[in-house]
Ligand binder design. Structure first.
Ligand code: NAI
Length: 472
């Protein structure tokens, strides 16, 4: 009898299993994906086909782009520049293997057992595991944690086929496509669009909504849209894909914009219109847990209506982000061990790994206005940052939003160099209830791009040193 069986080994599941075992609970992790040797292939979407391989390609493609465009300004002359896509893909695959293999090591070190096969809850104490050879093993457990993640949404107007692919397919093109169409200008669309555009493909993003990145702060949406267009991404807003047709070596796409039909042809079409939870076939019919539009219903502690069955990560409400899933996994393990813990859902950071990066935490200007909260704005442009200029990344800004009465930081929004890292600083300050004045009184190293956060906090109180402030 196990104390905990975790179904799924993505960043939610494997982290939860490790913490459960650290707390002295006998833990097993079930994973359906197997490697060539028939061993459980741990790590889920994030490590195998998501965050990690995409970041590997984003880095490689940025280096290629810089070598082809900007190095001359630095006095570096590159001779015959050539793209070796095969080696680029191999580097990405090697990073993935290293990290997924690393989880095996972590499981061994933390005494987490793992089993390969498809897990299904057949009673509140039994997980049925169907192995690749078809055999079935029933595993008894006191607690079950569901962490089966999510998969790309497929739309009827663009069903996946040879040249119409999801994000996984778009991470392993064998040749450089001349033209790439992307349905959806969301996070995946922008990241993958950036990769292929930097390597030389002509990229068009077809986005149904009229607004660009509506979930981001309005200043970030506006400025990043302008920057991505400058970089050569063709972003068609208010454009809905209504039909696609596979031709011999391309895809014909029909989309509707302002009531008018348009046609375009692409070598490859990537569909990135969101993801849905993998909640089918993980509960037998008599398990009475509510599923709403694919999402397993849970309370604030990720507990389902059955007291010893929990669900975490992309399977449940909230943003589909690896770090959110991992924190939920830790919370559930602690709850099972009877410790108190909660996730602060108000401070889930978001990052879009474009160049420059986009990152934020807390509320944005639109959200503060909708809530009727009175706020101050402190904004500092990277164009005024010595370090940003020195590293040739002076686009964008840091924007800090603070409570007008208490000066507490309510949101931090960054478009620019190392945005993801700068936002972690804001996140820690906000967890500790920091005011903009606290950040203003903190000494930052010079020259760093982080100084832009310091200056933005100062700017919210009209005290920035390196930009003009409003004077009464
Ligand atoms: P998304 O929700 O970010 O963007 C999908 C976009 O497709 C939306 O803007 C939507 O309006 C548009 N769309 C939907 N149907 C359409 C149609 N028929 N025609 C044209 N446009 C259409 O979803 P995405 O990019 O697929 O990402 C999925 C999830 O993966 C997100 O929840 C994200 O949080 C997560 N993710 C996070 C990353 C990160 O943290 N850096 C990286 C990649 C994914």
């Amino acid at each position: 009898m196990f104390d905990v069986v975790v179904i799924g080994s993505g960043p939610a599941g494997y982290v939860s299993a490790i913490r459960a075992s650290q707390l002295g609970l006998k833990t097993l992790c079930v994973e359906q994906s197997v490697d060539e040797k028939g061993k459980a292939n741990l790590g889920g979407t994030c490590l195998n086909i998501g965050c990690i391989p995409s970041k590997a390609l984003l880095d490689s493609s940025q280096r290629y782009y810089e070598a082809s465009k900007n190095l001359g300004d630095h006095g570096i002359v590159v001779g015959d520049l050539k793209l070796d896509l095969k080696s680029m893909m191999k580097r990405k695959d090697d990073i993935v293997s290293k990290l997924t293999g690393g989880i095996n090591g972590l499981f061994a070190a933390n005494k987490v057992q793992s089993i390969s096969g498809k897990g299904k809850v057949v009673s509140n104490n039994i997980v049925e595991v169907t192995k690749t050879d078809g055999s079935i093993e029933n595993i008894e457990t006191k607690n079950i944690i569901l962490a089966t993640g999510s998969k790309p949404i497929e739309i009827p107007s663009a069903s996946f086929s040879r040249n119409i692919v999801d994000s996984t397919g778009a991470l392993s093109f064998k040749n450089l496509p001349k033209t790439v169409g992307i349905v959806g200008a969301g996070i995946i669309g922008l990241e993958l669009g950036s990769v292929w555009s930097r390597l030389g493909s002509e990229v068009t993003l077809i986005e149904a909504l009229d607004d660009f990145l509506p979930m981001a702060d309005p200043d970030i949406s506006k400025e990043s849209y302008r920057e991505f267009i400058n970089q050569g991404l063709d972003i068609k807003l208010g454009s809905k894909v209504i039909d696609t047709k596979e031709l011999k070596n391309s895809v014909k796409v029909t989309y509707e914009q302002k009531g008018k039909k348009h046609e375009m042809e692409f070598e490859k079409l990537i569909v990135a219109v969101g993801r849905i939870p993998n909640s089918e076939e993980i509960l037998s019919e008599d398990i009475n847990i509510k599923i709403d539009k694919g999402f397993i219903e849970v309370n604030e502690f990720c507990q389902t209506s059955i007291q010893n069955i929990w669900a975490i990560g992309d399977l449940v409400r909230g943003p589909m982000l690896a770090h959110k899933g991992s924190e939920e996994g830790i919370m559930v393990a602690e709850k099972i061990a009877n410790n108190h813990m909660q996730v602060n859902y108000d401070l889930v950071p978001s990052v879009i790994y474009t160049h420059p990066e986009i990152a934020w935490v807390g509320l944005n200007e639109n959200e503060l206005k909708a809530k009727g909260i009175k706020f101050k704005i402190g904004k500092f442009p990277f164009a005024a940052s010595g370090r940003a200029l020195a590293v040739d990344q002076s686009e964008g800004f840091v924007k800090v939003l603070t409570d007008i009465k208490t000066d507490t930081i309510l949101g931090a929004h960054v478009f620019g160099p190392a945005a993801a890292e700068i936002v972690q600083q804001a996140l820690i300050s906000m967890e500790f209830g920091s005011s903009a004045e606290d950040i203003g009184l903190t000494m930052f190293s010079h020259p760093t791009v982080s100084e832009a956060f310091h200056e933005a906090a100062l700017a919210s109180n009209n005290q920035a040193i390196h930009i003009g402030n409003k004077r009464k």
